[in-house]
Design a protein around this ligand. Sequence first.
Ligand SMILES: CC(C)(COP(=O)(O)OP(=O)(O)OC[C@H]1O[C@@H](n2cnc3c(N)ncnc32)[C@H](O)[C@@H]1OP(=O)(O)O)[C@@H](O)C(=O)NCCC(=O)NCCS
Length: 148
Amino acid sequence: MLIRPMTMADLPIVIELDELSFSQPWPSDAFAMELFNPNARCLVVEVEARVVASIVLWLVLDETHIATIAVHPDFRRQGIGKALLKASMDAAYAEGARLYHLEVRAGNAAAQKMYADFGYEIVGRRPKYYQDNGEDALLLTLDLTEAA
Ligand SMILES: CC(C)(COP(=O)(O)OP(=O)(O)OC[C@H]1O[C@@H](n2cnc3c(N)ncnc32)[C@H](O)[C@@H]1OP(=O)(O)O)[C@@H](O)C(=O)NCCC(=O)NCCS
């Protein structure tokens, strides 16, 4: 497994991954915009030269927002999501990130379990946040500040 920065050449497969993974995928030009966003960190995972997972994080001062993470359905439950999340959080930590935030669908038990394993805690709920089905979003935070 190779974890490396996302490039423009990866975009077709990254967009496909997004569409396979989410009922409300990002607009098709969103990933390209993130590659030019100085606050974004975009990584992919390659297995045998095939891109099978991606993540986008936004860094602002000591805070990081996990904007999206997806693993190809055929490659799930093999530790790839966990490895990608850890690698990107470690890289963000090295850049000064101490507070990690994200939103997850209330019904997305798989992702919630992964984040709980990392120590993320539910700190809020946005009712009817997702437009496609009116599902609530849970707000998760991991606080790695010294005070915490
Ligand atoms: C969430 C997602 C990224 C996890 O990727 P993955 O490569 O399958 O995850 P891993 O194999 O590294 O598993 C990490 C942990 O997540 C949890 N997990 C993952 N899939 C799970 C499932 N189907 N049921 C229960 N727990 C699950 C487990 O705690 C697992 O650890 P374990 O294998 O030691 O028990 C993947 O399911 C995915 O792409 N889902 C669709 C997109 C999505 O929901 N992204 C998150 C949006 S917030």
